[in-house]
Design a protein around this ligand. Sequence first.
Ligand code: SAM
Ligand code: DTB
Ligand code: SF4
Length: 316
Amino acid sequence: MSSNTWNKSAVAALYNTPLLSLLFEAQTVHRAHFNPDEIELCSLLSIKTGACPEDCAYCPQSGHYKTGLQKEKLLDLEEVLKLAAEAKKNGATRFCMGAAWRSPSDKDLPRVINLIKGVKALGLETCVTLGMLHKGQAQQLKEAGLDFYNHNLDTSPEFYPKIISTRTYQDRLDTLSHVRAADIHVCCGGIIGMGETRDDRIELLLQLANLPTQPESVPINRLIPIPGTPLADIEHIDNIEFVRTVAVLRMMMPQSMIRLSAGRGEMSEEMQILCFMAGANSMWLGDKLLTARNSAYTQDKKLLEKLGLTPLSHRA
Ligand code: SAM
Ligand code: DTB
Ligand code: SF4
């Protein structure tokens, strides 16, 4: 993936393009790099749930808020492999495992490494999201055969302190650079609809697109408002503004996979189609995200069939 120097006025101009022209332009860029009738299907599993020491204002798993979530210890290998095999049978090509940690401990990392090796042996691409990593940890994960590491920037540097106080934007950039240096593919995106302005969305997109190497995979989450968190009652983001964000992202990151991530379960079929038209070409398959609900598996199967979208095979 190339490195880029997008500037704010160019991105603002894209955002201000009349919608139908913007969609056409984004589709044109999309078609130059991808088969538009293919979609990547990934599966997600929370391997360690809840009681997280971080205070991310959107998150059901933060120990700082009363969200009524049942916490769970790190799952064992057998259980994870059973669920990964099921995900593969259901059509997923990548299995992503998430842990509610600030960063993995020396005790837990070897256990996660076993999970990665086991899942990879099933013939799935592997991805984990474990919080902050230092250099040596990223290297260990690479040696275990990890394909992708997910670590999001979440929002603009300016809005970030309103959302998280327990780790800095720079901490996130540092983790991303360790992952990149270890030669693991980067999965990095953000959340739209946390009360940020369009300016903040532009700044997030600039951060993502202007990373030294663009992330191979960009999850775009629409906030799922979680009762008990500080963002429980935040005003919903306008659908068209969300679609514009996906389209602008596609124009800025022509070769990255864009995942229509959290929040898809609350979108109509038509809204999802607009996002695919705008250039999204990846989604979570399975009834559950980490702890929140995803679009139902049976419903998604029907939607893919109706749209004639076929699963993308392995890339890593
Ligand atoms: N604990 C790890 C970390 O934060 O680095 C990994 C798991 S964390 C749940 C992964 C991502 O899920 C977050 O960065 C955020 O973008 C997304 N996420 C969490 N809660 C969400 C919500 N309520 N709505 C939308 N996205 C959410
Ligand atoms: C990402 O950006 N979104 C996924 C994945 N990376 C790990 C997680 C979404 C979590 C939504 C809230 C939940 O299920 O707890
Ligand atoms: Fe913890 Fe990750 Fe949730 Fe933040 S987003 S509270 S780090 S699980």
